[in-house]
Design a protein around this ligand. Structure first.
Ligand code: SAM
Length: 206
């Protein structure tokens, strides 16, 4: 996976590659798809949600340039895989998931794996997590047409936020940098994510 899917496509940050070598992806997927855990595609994790393709997880992580002093907010815990990759590099990862069943499964797995720098809560991630803000880095792992305002407010000056922006059929992975309260946007690539559902989220019937 690391050689053929990540390095070959240009992922080169040693911290990101080390994290992928260390974290065992098969532990984060459902038993029935464990044989496909290292495949070049997303997989179902239940509740109609997915664990993203390894390359997309790596690309988003590399774009954020996470360091060991950083506090990171993740919206969309899902399986907990992205949180663990981030936690290998960050000081602390705060992660919000809207489905209780996914949050509690991820929480017990991450505890079992020995991560003591990840805090998970159940809730609407479009509101951010005011109590622990401002964040050095924010990652949104579900799609929305516009960046939820609370997330921009909770991003530290000098901070970076990565998010898939667009409608339900396709989005543009977008890297946002906040400098002296000015917001700069950079398009990274096309992508497809499940919708971000919530107060400042995509409009859906869920
Ligand atoms: N990062 C995850 C992983 O490593 O497995 C994959 C995330 S999956 C592509 C997107 C997740 O976002 C889903 O688990 C979904 O339930 C969650 N989600 C959608 N809207 C949300 C919201 N408003 N707040 C928190 N989580 C949300």
């Amino acid at each position: 996976m690391v050689k053929e899917q990540l390095r070959a496509r240009g992922i080169h940050d040693p911290g990101v590659l080390d994290a992928f070598n260390k974290v065992e992806r098969h532990k984060f997927v459902l038993p029935e798809v464990r044989d496909s855990a290292y495949g070049d595609f997303p997989l179902s994790i239940g509740e109609g949600q997915t664990i993203s393709q390894p390359y997309i997880v790596a690309l988003m992580t590399e774009c954020l340039e996470v360091s060991s002093s950083h506090t990171v907010l993740e919206i969309g815990t899902g399986s907990g895989y992205q949180a663990s990759i981030l936690a290998e590099q960050a000081l602390h990862v705060y992660s919000i998931e809207r489905y209780e069943v996914l949050a509690s499964r991820a929480e017990s797995l991450l505890k079992e794996l020995g991560y003591n720098n990840i805090t998970i809560t159940v809730g609407d991630g479009t509101l951010g997590w005011q109590a622990y803000s401002p964040f050095d880095r924010i990652i949104v792992t579900a799609a929305v047409p516009r960046v939820p305002l609370p997330l921009l407010e909770q991003l530290r000056n000098g901070g970076k936020l990565i998010i898939p922006l667009g409608g339900s059929f396709g989005q543009v992975l977008t890297l946002i940098e906040k400098e002296q309260d000015k917001i700069n946007y950079r398009n990274i690539c096309d992508c497809v994510f499940v919708p971000l559902v919530g107060k400042y989220g995509a409009k859906t019937n869920n």
